[in-house]
Design a protein around this ligand. Structure first.
Ligand code: C2O
Ligand code: CU
Ligand code: CU
Length: 462
């Protein structure tokens, strides 16, 4: 049975970003639970005040920025009716979800593009709890650059004793008056990517976020920017990393500075001070110096629960453990046509600049499918040996699977699960996973300009 609700576009204020859930009064409790998480989501042109000097023409989910926060429950199905109210095709990708291939939202690879005025029912189960996000996978420099990015929170089967704080990060390429600067500058696309000029946290510039005093907080950082790496720090010895890219850390580790590349997430646990009005700044570290991105401020807590002690680990997700003995190893080299001219004869963008295993896939629409980078056998374990042979960092992301980072030649690794690995310049790393999800899965850099200029491919699992 399909049930849906209609969200009037633009009717929801910027502050309340959550979409109403459908709760059915009728029927058994189980039925009500099954129907709890249906959403209607649009992508549409809208106006938003991002810059101080004037409104910007944005592309917004439900016409909003920040986009609605979608909440789902682990192990439960999630149904989202997506309506494309833009004048160009798009798709919606659910980043980090070990999803059924046909719901992965990659045009031509997993579905036909959703045409202007068209709709598509995304219906899937979220096997893992954690901090995930959603965004289009088409004309991404513009569609993501102009606002189509949103948080997807999958709640644990067992409720966790944390107060959720979403910290959604996105920079905009805007002038002070709210008009756009060129979204991508070729010279920058061939380096670390074109940075934004106005940084927003949950849609605001350097906001102060109220949090309850004396509570155990779960700060869910989402780097939904197209380019930037945030070196996140609270400069507070008590802050602990409890999850990386949605996957819980078995033994939470103190957060010193954690590099979080485009597309990546970080969950940090901390107990807020008991006193009201205490401010906790959050920084993006540039070497020893911190640039404040936002701050928390304690306010009276409504909960009358006893004081919180310690930062408990989150329950592990059901990620299958790869058999490392006898796993097949495949090597992927991320290269840089650095010797070539970064622009073509007419001064335009070279769409074959970045290479994976000497190949570029830069077709904007994905319409011409190249051969897969690798064909994997369903159920087998694989080790990917990644080599970033470029002088730039790349957050390398794999769809449909969650992998284990085993080792790196640049840092000591305690193996952890993730969907995106930030490779430093010249870094070599090994990742492993069980190829248990059949289909065609994108494997690309999440610096959107890198992906659009070649650093993109896919693997198949059959
Ligand atoms: Cu956020 Cu192809 O992914
Ligand atoms: Cu993804
Ligand atoms: Cu890259």
């Amino acid at each position: 049975m399909k049930r849906r609700t209609v969200i009037k576009s633009g009717a929801i204020g910027l502050v309340s970003a959550s979409l109403p859930k459908i709760t059915l009064a009728m029927g058994s409790a189980k039925k009500a639970r099954d129907a709890e998480y249906d959403y209607i989501l649009t992508a549409e042109p809208a106006k938003a005040r991002i810059a101080s000097g004037g409104d910007s023409d944005i592309l917004g989910f439900n016409g909003q920025f920040p986009a609605p926060i979608i909440r789902a429950k682990q192990g439960k199905s999630l149904r989202i009716m997506f309506i494309n109210k833009m004048d160009e095709p798009t798709t919606v990708h659910w980043h980090g979800i070990r999803i059924e291939n046909s719901m992965d939202g990659v045009p031509f690879l997993t579905q036909a593009p959703v045409a202007a005025g068209g709709s598509f029912l995304y219906e899937f189960t979220c096997p893992d709890a954690g901090t995930f996000w959603y965004h289009p996978h088409m004309n991404s420099v513009e569609q993501l650059g102009k606002g189509l990015v949103g948080a997807l929170i999958v709640e644990e089967e067992e409720p966790q004793d944390y107060h959720d704080v979403i910290v959604g990060l996105k920079d905009w390429r805007l002038k002070k008056d709210g008009s756009y600067l060129q979204l991508s500058i070729p010279r920058e696309a061939f380096r670390d990517g074109t940075l934004g000029t106005i940084a927003t946290v949950n849609g605001e510039q350097k906001p102060t976020i109220e949090v309850p005093a004396g509570e155990r907080l779960r700060l869910r950082f989402l780097n939904m920017d197209s380019t930037r790496v945030f070196n996140l720090s609270l400069r507070n010895p008590d802050a602990q990393i409890i999850a990386i890219d949605g996957s819980p850390i078995v033994n939470p580790i103190p957060l010193d500075v954690h590099p979080t590349g485009a597309g990546m997430r970080l969950d940090v646990g901390i107990i807020s001070p008991k006193e009201i009005g205490i401010e906790i700044p959050i920084f993006d570290m540039k070497g020893r110096f911190g640039v404040e991105i936002c701050r928390l401020k304690t306010a009276a807590s409504t909960s009358k629960r006893s004081p919180k002690i310690g930062i408990p680990a989150l329950p592990e997700n059901p990620i299958p453990a790869p058999q490392l003995n006898g796993a097949e190893s495949l090597s992927f080299v991320f290269e840089w046509a650095g010797a070539l001219s970064p622009s073509d004869a007419k001064g335009g963008v070279d769409h074959n600049f970045w290479l994976i295993n000497r190949r570029a896939w830069s077709d904007h629409s994905h319409q011409d499918l190249p051969e897969p980078l690798a064909e994997l056998t369903l159920g087998k374990s694989y080790i990917f040996e990644l080599h970033n042979a470029t002088p730039h960092h790349h957050p390398i992301h794999l769809h449909g699977l969650i992998f284990t980072v085993l080792e790196s030649d640049k840092k000591d690794i305690t193996p952890f699960h993730t969907d995106t690995i930030l490779l430093e310049k010249n870094e070599r790393a090994k990742i492993a996973f069980v190829a248990d999800n059949p289909g065609k899965w994108m494997f690309h850099c999440h610096v959107i300009e890198h992906m659009k200029t070649g650093l993109m491919g896919y693997i198949t699992i059959v």
